[in-house]
Design a protein around this ligand. Structure first.
Ligand code: HMG
Ligand code: MG
Length: 308
């Protein structure tokens, strides 16, 4: 494996579960720093109910600002593509009105989490999403499908891999370009990850898969290595390790972007990202959140005498 794609979800998954709410202006500054660090895939916000997730209010303004700046020759956003979550048709219409190029729907592998997160059953969500995806595709948008609780659920316990595979197939059949397989509560281990990925590859094909590991219990880097072993090349990460899902108890942040990039660069795997710039973005986020973030590389910095 010589190159992987990093999808930066810090501005969405990262911020949605933080008590400190950042203004649109601060989120824009963080987005700029991430783009300067080389982020090409930026999940920048969510068109969800502000009653449910107040941290994502202002996503529209943020996206419009970035899209305006992207037109400028000197803009760090020139090569950055934006994405936002849409839970229903209302969210999609709001997203489409900004001109954003990608949207993401988010389904669950378990009933209990589906109810808690989007207030409907898995079946109802699929009906709703089929309409959202076909409309998004009619507008020539790229669509990502998230699948949560793929390795275990805080409300239902074990999740059958066959169920995850069936749902991933449905998302692809519906028209999603890729499925992001979520370890929402950071419970997975590398053996379990490999077993599920093998089944998913036979069902939907490797190129349609991305992995989304939260690092609640410290297994995310190991899970990424296990995924790499099976040829997976798309990973969701969050600057500083910010975040989690507000509707999943004990879901702490995604694996930190800079920790993943450090490991990959040391292994000779390219990401297109600049570690020193990511550390700058980490420091900015740390200052704005007013607390130390979980990223190890963010805390330690780069080794002084050893090139990464
Ligand atoms: P609901 O209450 O069932 O919605 O929520 P409703 O259709 O009954 O409407 C109620 C009110 O919400 C109405 O307003 C609607 O207009 C409004 P009112 O008439 O009362 O003034 N509304 C909206 N407002 C703004 N944007 C919208 C929207 N839709 C309806 N799109 C709903 C259903 C889906 C809206 C709600 O449950 C929701 O917003 N959920 C989002 C939860 C969320 O964002 N969770 C975090 C993201 S998922 C995640 O983190 C996991 C992931 O990272 C992967 C992993 O880690 O596994 C992706
Ligand atoms: Mg998540």
């Amino acid at each position: 494996m010589s190159q992987v794609r990093i999808i930066e979800v810090g501005l969405r998954d990262g911020l949605q579960n933080e008590k400190t709410m950042l203004s649109v202006g601060t989120r824009l500054e963080l987005a700029r720093l991430l783009a300067e660090a080389g982020s090409r895939d930026l999940e920048i916000g969510a068109f969800v109910s502000p009653q449910w997730v107040p941290q994502m209010a202002g996503s529209r303004e943020l996206i419009l600002q970035v899209l305006e700046e992207r037109e400028l020759k000197s803009s760090p956003f020139r090569r950055t593509e934006l994405s936002a979550l849409v839970p229903n048709r209302r969210g999609l219409d709001d997203a489409l009105s900004t001109g954003i190029e990608r949207v993401a729907i988010f389904a669950s592998a378990t009933e209990a989490f589906s109810k808690k997160n989007i207030n409907c059953s898995v079946k109802e969500s699929l009906v709703r999403y089929a309409d959202v995806v076909s409309e998004a595709r009619r507008h020539k948008k790229t669509v990502r499908g998230y699948l949560s609780m793929c390795f275990g659920c805080p409300f239902e316990g074990k999740v059958a891999p066959a169920k995850v595979v069936r749902l991933a197939e449905k998302l692809i059949e519906m028209g999603c370009d890729e499925v992001s397989i979520g370890d929402t509560i950071g419970i997975a281990d590398p053996k379990q990850v490999k077993a599920l990925i093998r089944s998913l590859i036979s069902a939907v094909g490797r190129r349609h898969l991305a992995m989304h590991f939260h690092d609640t219990r410290g297994t995310a880097l190991a899970n990424i290595l296990a995924s790499l072993d099976l040829g997976i090349t798309s990973f969701d990460t969050s600057i500083g390790g910010l975040g989690g899902c507000p509707y999943a108890p004990a879901a702490t942040g995604n694996v930190a972007t800079e920790d993943v990039v450090y490991m990959l660069h040391r292994m000779g795997v390219k990401t297109g990202l600049k570690l020193d710039k990511l550390i700058e973005a980490n420091h900015f986020a740390t200052t704005k959140m007013g607390r130390e973030l979980s990223s190890k590389v963010g805390r330690a910095g780069l080794p002084r005498l050893i090139p990464v």
